[in-house]
Design a protein around this ligand. Structure first.
Ligand code: AMP
Ligand code: MG
Ligand code: MG
Length: 361
């Protein structure tokens, strides 16, 4: 169900500032360690038994994991909106235009809780450095929605090849960006934000979930959310793919981390349109929504948690995500998380060559 708000994006930005109070102003950035606002232990608020789902037929691990993570992402949606209403984001400044909020921390703990409990041998690597105990900001006891396993994903079972059915928990690394586009989030640009959960198997991005808590419906920012998912070579869902005009070239690029390399590349490329928006997930959504042909990053800055879910989802749709040399990143548990050689993301694989050429020298 789509609940369109009667506010323009700019107005909603102001509303957000209003409900968040002064907490998003730079003067309230907290010093260096995360601040745990609540004392509610998440383990008391939800037991795994509540989330046990009785199935007629035991699904394969990959289908079970992906459908669980789509359900977890649905619960994250509520978490984001309730923390915003509490109005204290307790921002930690991690570097230049690199922030962490209570939403980032809470979502990370929440996702880890489910993965650790339901899939104990799966490795989870997430963006935020949190050394504290489990926590949740909400002062009241949370009643989590029991996880709903997405029937569309469960139905993929019949399409799986034997390779997929043989996947073991030890083969899997789940890469989590609890909130992508945090900088823009703190600026009130809510539609730039996504929750991203990527599933890598034997080092390759195979499955992904991109949860979009706020998006525009018919030009208005919507309180409704969408969860887009994909399993490479098997299927995808949660959205309708749209294609941008074929006679034009439109690229999506960073809003807050531009550098001379990017500006030089854009000058050389001279595309018909440049969309400057926050978040890696959001730029991939621009491609899926037919607003841009490509998302490009010429230099380092992104990390594996920014690209794993994006790569799996876009490639499940027939697209391609590589570094600027045309290589896929490895998502093995041992890798350094920095994406040192930038990123090229396209849905139309033919367009990929344009950018390989652009970055050749
Ligand atoms: P952007 O396109 O600048 O919104 O970046 C997409 C994602 O990558 C966001 O999660 C950013 O936090 C992250 N990111 C990109 N560049 C940098 C950078 N130079 N330093 C830190 N994070 C970055
Ligand atoms: Mg990110
Ligand atoms: Mg993040």
């Amino acid at each position: 169900m789509t609940e369109a708000l009667s506010f323009s994006p700019a107005r909603l930005g102001r509303l957000y500032r209003f409900i968040a109070g002064e907490s998003i102003s730079r003067t309230r950035v907290v010093s260096s360690v995360p601040v745990y606002l609540g004392n509610l232990n998440i383990r008391r608020a939800t037991t795994m038994a509540e989330h046990e789902v009785k199935l007629d037929k035991e699904p394969s691990l990959i289908v079970h994991l992906l459908s669980t993570l789509v359900g977890v992402a649905g619960n994250c949606d509520r978490l984001i909106k309730e923390i915003m209403e509490l109005g204290e984001l307790a921002i930690v400044d991690k570097g230049k235009n690199d922030l962490q909020t209570e939403v980032d921390r809470s979502i990370q703990v929440f996702v880890k809780h489910f993965v650790d409990n339901l899939f104990p041998k799966v490795t989870l690597i997430a963006e935020e450095d949190i050394n504290g105990e489990t926590f949740c900001s909400n002062k009241e006891a949370w009643k989590w929605e029991p996880l709903k396993l997405n029937p569309e994903i469960l139905a993929l079972e019949d399409k799986l090849s034997e390779d997929f059915k043989d996947i073991k928990q030890d083969d899997i690394v789940v890469w989590v960006d609890p909130l992508d586009g945090t900088f823009e989030f703190t600026e009130g640009d809510l539609e730039h934000v996504t929750v991203m959960i990527g599933i890598a198997v034997k080092g390759q991005a195979l499955g992904g979930v991109i949860h979009h808590p706020f998006f525009e419906v018919e030009g208005r920012l919507s309180k409704a959310s969408r969860t887009i998912w994909g399993l490479k070579g098997v299927g995808y869902g949660g959205c309708e793919i749209k294609t941008p005009p074929d006679d034009k070239l439109i690229v999506a690029v960073t809003k807050s981390h531009s550098d001379p390399l990017l500006e030089a590349a854009l000058k050389k490329l001279n595309p018909d349109g440049i969309i400057r928006v926050g978040g890696a997930g959001n730029k991939v959504l621009h491609i899926i929504d037919g607003l841009a042909h490509a998302y490009i990053v010429p230099s380092r800055g992104l990390k594996r948690w920014d690209s794993c879910a994006c790569e799996a989802v876009l490639e499940a749709m027939g697209g391609l995500i590589t570094d600027i040399r045309g290589n896929h990143y490895s998502y093995d548990k041992g890798v350094h998380p920095s994406n040192d050689h930038g990123l090229i993301a396209v849905l139309d694989k033919e367009k990929h060559k344009i950018f390989i050429e652009l970055f050749r020298d």
